[in-house]
Unconditional design. Sequence first.
Length: 472
Amino acid sequence: MHDLRRAAQSAADLAADHLAGVAEGPVWRPVPEADRTWLTRQPLPADGRPLTDLLDEVRDRVLPYPMGNGHPRFFGWVNSPPSPAGVLMAPLAAAMNPSCAGGDHAGVLLERTAVRWLAELVGFPHRPGAGLLTSGASMATVVALATARHQAFREQGHDVRETGLYGHRPLALYVSAEAHSCLRKAAELLGLGTRYLRTVPVDAAFRMDIGELRRLIAADRRAGVRPFFVAASAGTVNTGAVDPLDDIAAIAREHGLWFHIDGAYGALGILADDAAPQYAGLERADSLALDPHKWLGVPVDVGCVLFREPAGPRAAFSLVPPYLRDKDAGELGWFSEYGTEQTRPFRALRVWATIAHLGRDGIVRLIQHTTRLARTLAELIEASDDFELLAPAVTSITAFRHRPPTLDADRAEALNEAIPAAVQRRGHAFLTGTRLSGAAALRACILHPATTKDDLIVLLDEIRTAAREVTT
């Protein structure tokens, strides 16, 4: 125990020093061959080694090569810096190491509060038991879609848990052209198949086209395919667009569809004054996925799925073998009855600590700050003669293209495909690319509370410099 205490103190110092120095170092650096070999080809050791030796190797061979998301000029994907409270609590959760499947202990009880707080933050109606923490929005989506599938078959007089999908009438799902890939993966995993996954076109602002959604539903009904599920986005990963949630909710109710919202990244955008009106209808969803480990900054992995009614997921998942029966479980039962995981880690401690440390007002300030910077970047782009804004900056993502006046369309396409890697290699900023309307695009996702307007200026200058490098 003395060795553990000494090593733990060293680990805390190492973590604090790492976080304190992130902003002064490169955003990202390539891993040299010697360290790459150590990271990937270590032989299995025969004898154990002291904890302090392990910390030395982490200091020298792991911490110098981060993904980059802890840096204020990391604008890639949707990966936030870790919240200080979450970093602090992670080893304490590990020290307790409970399974939060169920039982009467702190991990389970605190998850009830963490889930309720998340629902309150985004204004989603919450009943006890109607939600749980997951590994991320991908698993949250699987849980939501499986629940919707179970209900759809039950309405036809079948128990899909018993019969599977064999011989049943096809079910159609509707997702935006900008929908996250986890929806397709969930449909494939659950046996629904991509043949019946309908991709709804988007409008000029990359929001689901309501007229096209109605057309696709009508076509399926005529073809004998049963529409049963529609997924809207509350903040897409490409542009941050928020689909017309209220209109989609009305269509779902009209046609008896399960209405799911993917708010993995963007659900918290409802807390930004300028964006809040676009989230009207979020409270009408049957299920909502959101990731505390994205905008909120809870260290990965923590997602959440919320339901309007707790009975649906419990009917879809509950399976209690004799060795897990708990006569004291109460009306809600165990968390493992509402999803796929049996052994569940103590995720709630990081969520609770992050929210408690920031408070609602602090979370609002974070959301307002980052959305304001996204609009600032959009303004800088529109004021320039060598950048082109591709979509409105609604949340904290800005989608754009580098387009020097002298470049034709083909050369601009190749340039924008090459820019992200060139910017990353330089180490002063981190940017990722995507495709919008079939063309190469750049996107900056702003999640770091310490990012400033000066960092945005550096980003644009880095893009210009990298562009010159790849064209000479």
